[in-house]
Design a protein around this ligand. Structure first.
Ligand code: ATP
Length: 367
């Protein structure tokens, strides 16, 4: 696979602003999406992700700035002339048509022969795992199958960019997770650039090459899933993606690429400049860490790195894992620790006095 930065630029946003009347919905979006990338727009309701997606499709005019697709300015190009196709949340398939007729719908005015079109339909159905379903009635399909039909209908037109607006949100958890994996595979196979809108952080992490996290019309961070998870650029991003524990910290000194801290519940810690969040954000400094970077030590176990005492305040059992909320000594707010359950090892009770193992390298400094 060619590294992203070496690929052609497929979509370029340059200082894109969008106003709805007085309301400033997009506030200077600048970003580049590469050819064949699986790119997600992630953010809470109302942050502008759908608006941004619609500016690619041409369903939304922009107030200023520019949007380029495959090197071409799109300002004067209507939606039906753009090399894009959109799959909606409410996959609007036609219930009175067959599956094949639904998929072939966009080929109505295609000059190819009926036999060639039928072959294209069959290929598109095969792509989405519905080989042989062409003659079935569309209304008799399950939610997951309807979503596939909607995908096939978009893919048959061979767009350069496929736009997906919360395509899986109507499906229940199991089918949604299955469709996520199928979509990634499909995207890899067809090599088309996918831009996905989602408010589901897990979905974005699972599926994307890169994610733009948006708040209030701005991109707060644009990075690959691992960087977003491990090195969130702000407390807000950290809070939006997964669970992040925060402990108040005091900066004792810095230099030589390190910051010396006094962290509540953990004591004195050195972190590298890399672990210190890029943007100082005012307010009190805090150290953040993910639940799985801490481990509860059982009797006889010793920490490989550092350990701190605490008491278990709450236990949430999930079968394969357990969440422990632990009050570290001297800290009122418990921190959440996730532990993989091991057969034969008891789940600990609320009130258990315990020791928690951790490593300075897993911390992120927000200040
Ligand atoms: P959601 O997940 O709820 O759809 P979103 O992040 O996709 O949220 P957008 O739909 O892009 O958000 O909307 C961004 C903001 O712009 C919202 O505050 C919304 O109310 C406003 N907005 C969107 N479309 C219009 C419109 N046609 N006229 C006026 N305001 C609009």
């Amino acid at each position: 696979k060619v590294p992203l930065e070496q690929r052609r630029k497929m979509i370029e946003f340059d200082r894109v602003h969008k106003y709805y009347g007085d309301y400033h919905a997009l506030r200077g979006i600048t970003a580049t999406i590469r050819e064949g990338e699986f790119f997600s727009l992630l953010g809470p309701s109302g942050c502008g992700k759908t608006t941004l997606l619609r500016t690619i499709a041409g369903f939304e005019d922009i107030s200023s700035g520019s949007v380029l697709i495959d090197g071409k300015h799109m300002e004067d190009v209507p939606p039906n002339k753009r090399p894009t196709n959109m799959v909606f949340q409410s996959y609007a398939i036609f219930p009175h048509l067959s599956v094949g007729q639904n998929v072939g719908f966009g080929l109505r005015r295609d000059p190819r022969s009926e036999a060639e079109k039928a072959k294209a339909v069959e290929e598109a159905l095969e792509m989405v795992g519905l080989k042989g379903y062409g003659a079935r009635a569309a209304h008799a399909l399950s939610g997951g199958q309807r979503q596939r039909v909607a995908l096939a209908r978009a893919l048959i037109l061979k767009p350069k960019v496929l736009l997906l607006d919360e395509p899986l949100s109507a499906l229940d958890k199991k089918i949604r997770e299955q469709m996520q994996i199928e979509l990634i595979k499909l995207q890899r196979e067809v090599g088309i650039t996918f831009v996905l809108v989602t408010h589901d952080q897990e979905e974005a992490l699972v599926m994307s090459d890169r994610i733009a996290v948006m708040f209030e019309g701005e991109i707060a961070q644009l990075a690959d899933p691992e960087t977003l998870y491990r090195r969130p650029a702000s407390r807000r991003v950290a809070d939006f993606i997964g669970v992040m524990n925060f402990l108040p910290a005091k900066v004792l000194g810095e230099g030589n690429g390190h910051v010396q801290l006094e962290v509540a519940g953990l004591g004195q810690v050195d972190v590298t400049d890399e672990q210190a969040s890029a943007k100082p954000q005012g307010g009190e400094p805090a150290v953040g860490f993910r639940p799985e970077t801490l481990t509860i030590l059982y009797e006889g176990q010793t920490a490989q790195d550092r350990e701190s005492p605490g008491v278990i305040d709450e236990v949430v059992y999930y079968g394969d894992m357990t969440y422990y909320d632990v009050k570290l000594d001297g800290v009122e707010t418990p921190v959440r620790i996730s532990m993989r359950n091991v057969f034969g090892r008891p789940v600990l009770d609320v009130g258990t006095q315990t020791r928690v193992a951790w490593s300075p390298g897993a911390l992120v400094l927000f200040r």
